[in-house]
Design a protein around this ligand. Structure first.
Ligand code: BDP
Length: 605
């Protein structure tokens, strides 16, 4: 799906700002053909939860409404008009002037609908009903229950089956963009870098709707010089002396696509792209032919007040902080991030593992890990219980469709911490890996990230991932406070994986210790800044011993909000930065380590 941009033939109107908002408590029937009667103000894009001081609204599970009135400039009224939501969490029904125009389920991917037939001159009213319900059919997975009281009032409850606050609302920009009636509907770019002569073959396929006499494709470099062009909607372009996109050394070309009628450009679209080669070979992760070492984070879209709503200033700061400590990458744990963040990473050279919202696919999540190790005792029933496969297929399609052209995306993560140890896991995941592989025009590697119950002898689907991505908490959820024992467990497990899959690269996609900023100890007590630093030191030591170990993405970039929990002190404190992005002590240690690890060529064999 194309990102809405201004071009010589298109314009974009942004509906960000103050909207009306009303919680649907079931007490009155809300009729979308009428104005909301009891609305309060709410900023968009942002989560609604932290904009209120009313705990009942903050914790509300169920339905809620947004509403915005706007006018359309008469200059674009003869154009094709499209309404696009960057995301609406988790399920949305949109009404324009009282008529339902679209419905979308899934809170982290964009959706759009042509609104030309519904728009009126003068004031238009956009009404959006949202639901933040998560259950065993949705991604993420929630434990859902409802109670009806004596007066017939239904109270819904979503207990997150994952560790982040179930923020909801209109999280990403709502835009109306115009195109001509005959228009460019999609662009797919597959750059193939020829490493021997430093050239590239770039395949650019253009989809159109309506009639064009011809479609032309022009590629410009960063100076605006035309380096290739073709009169073909399926162009294969040769670029000599190509500038490659590399980690922290981004280089973006621009494809300019024009649809022509009678010698005139009727529609025009521009897509930035990078040329780089990604391969997994002999236990290494190669970018442009050189072994890449992932240094970075699992992150969250999570900031004060905005919640999971787009916060571009934080995005910019986060990338600056990453660069300042020598990080080169992150995973979009645990859902696809905003279009805006992906475009920023393309531009800044940040390497991204792009993850679906498949988190919580383990019905026994939270129970004692030791109890399910090994054999049939590990059957927690997940794959007989969950009904997430259709949502999973849908989100893989939507994520790849949206992100397929991004140079920053080097790997797809199909899920986070599923019950890969439970019978049925392989059967569940095999078709999803096949789907992702078949949909991705760039044929990127695919992975899932696994939790501690998925060990070399218990993970039933570990043949599937191209890279073994491990979330491990030795020294925290296991071996709590005992880093000596933790060290030997980390080493032993990594050696076992390497023995079992000598050709698969291995990386840590999570490891961390909750740390309350400002808490210190002479005795390396858990929760202190000293313990956090020692925890990472011990891991680094072992990582450097394992030849196939190709990256460390710690948990988490910053402290973030969660539901209330016995071990959550105003959220998860595993950040190396606080939620306000202030550094904890360990940042200096990591900066020292990471600035001395080259992005390419660290683990030569
Ligand atoms: C892992 C999850 C991550 C959590 C982390 C933790 O993948 O989302 O935040 O543990 O508990 O299970 O800190």
């Amino acid at each position: 799906m194309l990102y809405p941009i201004f071009t010589t033939t298109r314009s974009v109107m942004d509906l960000s700002g103050i909207w009306n908002f009303q919680v649907d408590d079931g007490q009155e029937v809300i009729d979308p053909s009428k104005k909301l009667t009891n609305a309060q103000v709410m900023a968009v894009p942002a989560s609604f939860n932290d904009q209120t001081v009313n705990p009942e609204i903050r914790e509300h599970s169920g339905f809620f409404w947004y509403e915005k009135e706007f006018e359309i400039p008469s200059t674009v009224l003869d154009q094709r008009l499209v309404l696009r939501f960057g995301s609406a969490t988790h399920e949305a029904w949109a009404y324009l002037n009282g008529q339902e125009i679209t419905h979308h389920k899934g809170g982290f991917t964009p959706f759009e609908v042509e609104i030309t037939p519904y728009i009126v001159e003068g004031t238009n009213r956009l009404t959006v009903k949202l639901s933040n319900i998560l259950d065993y059919t949705t991604l993420p997975v929630g434990n859902y229950s409802e109670e009806v009281d004596d007066n017939g009032k239904t109270t819904r409850k979503v207990d997150e089956n994952f560790v982040f606050f179930n923020y909801a609302g209109i999280h990403r920009p709502v835009k109306i963009y115009s195109t001509p009636h005959d228009y460019i509907s999609d662009v797919t770019i597959v750059p193939d870098a020829n490493l021997t002569d430093h050239s590239a073959d770039v395949q650019i396929s253009v989809d159109t709707i309506g009639h064009f006499d011809k479609v032309t494709v022009t590629v410009k470099d960063e100076d605006g010089t035309v380096v290739a062009s073709a009169d073909d909607s399926n162009a294969n372009l040769k670029i000599e002396d190509a500038h490659y996109w590399a980690p922290l050394k981004a280089y973006l070309y621009k494809a300019i696509i024009s649809g022509w009628v009678n010698g005139k450009v009727v529609d025009c679209y521009e897509e930035p792209f990078g040329i780089r080669k990604v391969e997994v070979k002999a236990g290494q992760f190669l970018i442009n032919g050189e072994p890449f070492y992932f240094k970075g984070f699992g992150k969250h879209e999570d900031t004060y007040v905005n919640g999971k709503g787009l916060n571009e200033a934080y995005n910019v700061l986060d990338i600056n902080l990453m660069k300042s400590i020598g990080a080169n990458s992150f995973r979009t744990s645990h859902y696809p991030y905003s279009d805006e963040m992906m475009r920023l990473c393309d531009r800044e050279g940040i390497v991204v593992i792009d993850e679906t919202p498949a988190v919580g696919l383990m019905v026994s999540f939270n129970f004692v890990t030791a109890a399910v190790k090994g054999g049939n005792s590990s059957d927690d029933g997940t794959w007989r219980t969950l009904k997430t496969a259709p949502a999973h297929r849908q989100v893989i399609e939507e994520m790849i469709d949206r992100d397929k052209n991004h140079a920053c995306v080097v790997m797809w993560s199909i899920a986070n911490e599923a019950a890969n140890f439970a019978p049925g896991a392989y059967e569940y995941f095999k078709p999803l890996f096949d789907l992702a592989k078949s949909l991705d025009p760039q044929k990127r590697p695919c992975t899932y990230v696994s939790l501690l119950l998925s060990l070399p002898d218990t993970d039933l689907s570990a043949d599937l991932p191209d890279v073994l991505c491990l979330n491990r908490y030795y020294g925290w959820y296991n071996d709590f406070g005992d880093l000596k024992v933790a060290e030997s467990h980390i080493r032993q497990e990594l050696q076992d994986w390497q023995k079992k899959y000598p050709d698969k690269p291995i990386m840590y996609t999570e490891y961390g210790a909750d740390t309350v900023a400002g808490l210190h100890s002479n005795y390396h007590e858990p929760f202190t800044e000293e313990y956090q630093q020692e925890y990472f030191e011990v891991h680094s030591k072992v990582f450097d011993e394992i030849p196939n170990f190709i990256g460390e993405q710690l948990w988490n970039f910053a402290d973030f909000q969660t539901k209330f929990g016995l071990n959550r002190v105003q959220g998860n404190k595993k950040g190396i930065f606080t939620r306000a992005r202030e550094p904890k002590m360990v940042v200096n240690y990591l900066r020292n380590r990471w600035l001395n690890i080259p992005d390419l060529g660290y683990k030569q064999k």
